[in-house]
Ligand binder design. Structure first.
Ligand code: SIN
Length: 187
């Protein structure tokens, strides 16, 4: 897979024909909302775990010294808590650029955790799969924290990504041992 996924995502076209759609955010899309949306609701998706296993060449690191950012890894029975945004397909142009370093659009069932109806919808999520060129893979959480502590890129220190995400997850009431363990080592 090429390092830049913009063209692949355009061809995949998931939900491009809809008037509006739900986007599920689990990483920086939770705490850095630089796109227009019509509504937002806390939500989770099943059978995926958030892991700091994706390299970042363009936001929290550089090609020579990539940072580590979140992606989702398939794990039956797991539950990943995040934030869902109701967007229009016009926002794809911005999102595909922002997520171009290995992330592909996938469709997913999502469940909302507020008390509004409906409580389920199909949505879209950006996932950096293991076959993308920037994928770094597993490491001990202490080593991930060390890596994050020294990385930085055009969007700022890698540390801010992890700490902002940990704070946002606490606000959402999410119990994410992986993220909170890295946070403890970092702090
Ligand atoms: C997401 O936040 O949903 C995707 C990963 C990222 O941009 O951090």
């Amino acid at each position: 897979m090429p390092l830049n996924t913009v063209d692949i995502n355009r061809q995949r076209g998931h939900f491009s024909d809809r008037e509006q759609l739900w986007l599920f955010g689990y990483g920086s899309l939770i705490f850095k909302v630089d796109f227009p949306f019509r509504d937002c609701r806390p939500a989770y998706i099943r059978d995926w775990s958030r892991r700091f296993w994706q390299g970042s060449h363009d936001h929290r690191g550089t090609p020579e010294a990539p940072g580590r950012v979140a992606t989702l890894i398939r794990e039956p029975g797991a539950c990943c808590v995040g934030m869902a945004y109701l967007i229009t397909p016009a926002v794809f142009e911005h999102l595909d650029m922002r997520e171009k370093n290995g992330y592909l659009r996938f469709s997913t069932p999502l469940t909302f955790t507020d008390d509004r109806a409906p409580d389920q919808e199909d949505g879209l999520v950006y996932i950096a799969t293991e076959d993308n060129a920037a994928f770094l893979g597993p490491a001990a959480e202490e080593d991930i924290a060390r890596h994050i502590a020294r990385a930085q890129g055009p969007s700022g220190p890698n540390r801010d990504y992890l700490l902002n995400l940990a704070d946002a997850l606490r606000t959402l009431g999410a119990d994410d041992e992986h993220v909170f363990a890295i946070e403890r080592y970092l702090r």
